[in-house]
Write a protein that binds this ligand. Sequence first.
Ligand code: UD1
Length: 418
Amino acid sequence: MDKISITGGRKLRGTVQTSGSKNAVLPLLFSTLLAEGEHVFHNVPALKDVETSCLLLKHFGCDVQRDGTVLRIKSGKLKSSKAPYGLVRQMRAGILSLGPLLASHGIAEVSLPGGCAIGTRAVDLHLRGFKQMGVHINLVKGIIVARAQGNLKGARILLDYPTVGGTENLMMAACLAEGSTFIENAAREPEIVDLAEYLNKMGACIQGAGTDLIRITPKKSLLPQEHKVIPDRIEAGTLLLAGAITKGNVCISSCVPHHLDSLLFKLEEAGFFIKVSGSSVELSSPERFSGVNIITAPYPGFPTDLQAQFMALMTQVAQGVGSVKETIFENRFMHVQELVRLGADIQLDAHTALVRGGRVLQGAPVTATDLRASACLILAGLAARGETVIHRVYHLDRGYECLENKLSSLGANIKRFK
Ligand code: UD1
């Protein structure tokens, strides 16, 4: 298993490009099950989760070819309508095959993903929505067995919580239903807008994506198209925070700056200088920065996927306290004890972490527990004295494209070894 070693203390400087978005590309890949023929995606990041999704698509009978950042998916006759546990266990987004399979074939069997390191991660809202659309759902030996008699029925669905995956799954299912579907209290993430744009290119009629009310007027069939995946706002945010934690000056190019607003406001509040021009964000560091408070929230609030990395930054506040409140996942503080091993002063009280600055972090061996926790520990390693070795970095490869190469191009002393 790979490990990453970082010798901290270098200020990061320079420009680095953002890759395509993991969370946008995964639903796009599953949307190919809605229309037979060749779909072409550009700006596809080389990530383990993309590989796993492609394996799942091949298992369903699709032909998948990659050429650099271009992915061609030929969707045709379905070979199987079952998403096996072996693949869904590796990547929870496999649940996103449920909506497209039900819409196009009326039948799907997808292993229930189960919990993960950051929380239980239920899919009850996805299933409740499908039931409203006329789908019969049974749980048999850990597998969601879903069947529709005839076409799915359009419905008015009011989500208890603006679930990202649930909104995407139901939006895809509704494209080929009978009658319009309204999703209320829908998630508003940019990845949902990107998916709706692709579905509309295919001929669907989706209005309101990016707001909390989405209306889907169904069509008889859809046609495959070509699409460029949006930049990864979480990767861009992580790279900005890497610049900030080393008190460096970095420019993140090829991103969509307004997708990062909640982070940029917090960085400015802490004292960093932010300059946005076109698709680039430049960060320069002050002599000292202050502690600020963040509360994670659905978009456009502060993203839970940047919470751990922001906490790493707060450990480097010269004086004062920063508080980090997690409201989306019940257990997304696994990185706290690892940061404490590096010398951070963090007190956990239920869903809030109080981070006291003024501590010098000392490099040590640490273990990554999930994707964003890995990024948090890398950031902490960049600021720590001496060597930090991060174990279990396979989590990182699920969601970051060559993060160590990007950081090293900015001047970090970081290497991967077996
Ligand atoms: C997506 C992102 C993930 C991000 C998360 C929140 C992808 C592939 N992943 O995950 O990186 O951290 O959004 O921004 O896009 N919930 C229920 N019932 C449901 C669905 C969700 O209770 O049916 C709960 C979950 O347990 C969780 C919260 O709602 O506590 C948010 O989940 P959701 O928005 O669905 O996140 P994902 O789509 O899994």
